[in-house]
Design a protein around this ligand. Structure first.
Ligand code: TNX
Length: 525
């Protein structure tokens, strides 16, 4: 680097540092932010002016308690007001020395404005007075789908933790919680019509020597690892998420990754091997974990499950998985061969497509829309499917080319189960996805219609994530990066400034006792 260029880079770095030191550290960065002059102090005399009971409840839950004051000179005014340019989630937040004004066309926008306001206030302090800088933020998200996925099958985390996780998501303006409720290693949602799904399918005998499966077992007990959510638990979590403007997308993974259900109801498979809920471990190769796509009884089972799932989850989608289905047993199954001949199905990929198309009809009969992982492209997409692209961007590009909506979640950028720093200093897993890589995620490829990309999400698979502290460690700060990619304007991305803000949010996580990784400081040498 020439000397001139060196000084230019140095000057730029200084300017960035000075600028970021002055502006409040908001994550995700808002669309526009202007610093004002002076500060506003929230005191016991500050009066709250709100025009609906719903907003009053929201503020009571999210901000320090404001006693009914009398001063008309210091106010927080929150109101719904039309604004064509703010969309359904945007808001306008103005802080001056006299008070705070928050307006939005919809309640969701008010909710996000409150999250911004919380980030302007000191973390964890409830006592007044509190002082915040004068500022004007006019903000709305880049994408309507801003998700995180949590796998609760490979390891189970209880309802209280899931609520805490959702709380944390809401602070960073995520609006979709994709709940991976079933997989080979455990079925985690109670289905009343099919009680064995949780009586049998929610429990597994751990592989000897796997401390993370044995850690909850008392000495002398027959080790059994597992757990599930009752329908009351699910309703409680759904209501909690709704209050935070988060839609839950339940995933019931099929036709593969469903050995836990097969262990409970063995007639669901082609039946060439004995079944059990397998022990956890990504090295454990699951084989006969595929539903039999040729029996009507399989679809009756799916109908029964989705009837209850649709009642429990008010959101518009059911995710049906579709990933990594092992099709070897279909090739060897007489029933499958007969059906394929009768229907003119040429290969097992087309048989999977036949299966997903039938499943889509069931999903639609419950008033819901189907989402699947990108393998549902194999053999032809179901007519109205939304595709979640995890094999890089390519599945999403192909689905969009066919006119289908897409959620981008390419593993290279969005997989929160991968190493985030030097493997010798990190808990054991595989692959690599550094914070800087997540921050470089761009959901819209050049070649396709941007409107078909609904957004993206981070996915936390949990084969090697045995407990709740570890879930947090894997999630933060990478989910900060994903939140910013999905909310903030693309042209405002600024890595040095982001790192600065992340550091300030580490302090917030400390106060909240949420775990996180500092591996962004570890260069891999
Ligand atoms: C692939 S990504 C899977 C999961 C694993 C994950 C591990 C996807 C749709 N399926 O079952 O947990 O890799 O990273």
């Amino acid at each position: 680097m020439g000397m001139n260029r060196f000084y230019k880079v140095l000057a730029l770095a200084l300017v960035t540092t000075v600028a970021s030191a002055q502006l409040p550290a908001l994550i995700p960065a808002p669309q526009t932010l202007e610093a004002g002059t002076g500060t506003f102090t929230l005191t016991t005399q500050t009066r709250l002016i709100v025009n609906t009971p719903e907003l009053r409840r929201m503020i009571a839950e999210q901000l320090p308690q404001l006693p009914a004051g009398t001063s008309a000179t210091s106010t927080i005014s929150v109101s719904l007001a039309p604004a064509a340019d703010l969309g359904s989630e945007g808001y306008d937040l103005r802080v001056t020395s006299k008070g705070i004004t928050l307006t939005a066309p919809k309640a969701a926008g008010i909710f996000y404005g409150i999250q911004t306001l919380r980030q302007l206030l000191p973390e964890g302090k409830t006592a007044l007075p509190q002082t915040i800088p004068a500022i004007h933020v006019r903000d709305q998200p880049r994408f309507g789908w801003r998700g995180l996925m949590l796998d609760v099958s490979r390891h189970f985390y209880d309802k209280a933790f899931v609520k805490r996780y959702i709380d944390q998501m809401a602070r960073y303006k995520f609006n979709v919680f994709h709940w991976h409720l079933t997989d080979d290693q455990g079925w985690r949602v109670q289905i009343n019509r099919l009680p064995k799904l949780t009586q049998v399918g929610a429990w597994r005998v751990p592989r000897t020597g796997r401390w993370w499966d044995l850690e909850n077992t008392q000495p002398g007990e027959v080790p059994s690892y597992g757990g599930f959510y009752t329908q009351d638990d699910i309703r409680e979590v759904v209501a909690y998420a709704q209050q935070r403007h988060i839609t839950i997308v339940p995933e019931i993974d099929m036709p593969g990754h469903i050995m836990s259900a097969i262990a409970a109801y063995p007639q669901l498979t082609c039946g060439q091997l004995p079944t059990e809920v397998p022990p956890n471990g990504k090295l454990y190769k699951v084989k006969d974990n595929t539903l039999n796509p040729c029996r009507d009884s399989t679809y009756i089972f799916i109908d029964q499950v989705f009837t209850e799932i649709a009642e429990l989850f008010p959101g518009p989608y059911i995710h049906v998985g579709g990933d990594e289905a092992y099709k070897g047993f279909w090739e060897k199954c007489d029933e499958c061969r007969t059906l394929m001949k009768k229907q003119g199905i040429k290969n097992v990929e087309e048989l999977q497509s036949y299966f997903i198309k039938r499943v889509e009809k069931i999903v639609q009969s419950k008033g819901k829309k189907l989402i699947g992982w990108d393998e549902i492209l194999e053999g032809g997409l179901a007519p109205d499917a939304t595709v979640m692209s995890w094999h890089g961007l390519k599945g999403g590009i192909e689905a969009a080319r066919q006119g289908h909506p897409v959620i981008m979640t390419p593993h290279q950028f969005c997989y929160l189960d991968l190493y985030q720093g030097d493997p010798s200093a990190e808990p054991s897993t595989y692959g690599m996805c550094r914070l800087s890589k997540s921050y470089a995620f761009e959901p819209v490829p050049d070649s396709i219609k941007a409107e078909l990309i609904l957004g993206g999400q981070g996915n936390l698979w949990t084969e090697s994530v045995p407990n709740e502290r570890h879930v947090e460690y894997m999630t933060w700060p990478r989910a900060f990066a994903i939140a910013e990619v999905l909310w903030s304007p693309k042209n405002q991305r600024n890595w040095p400034d982001f790192v600065h803000r992340v550091e300030s949010h580490f302090k917030r996580l400390d106060v909240q006792d949420v775990n996180y990784s500092r591996s962004m400081y570890n260069p891999i040498v």
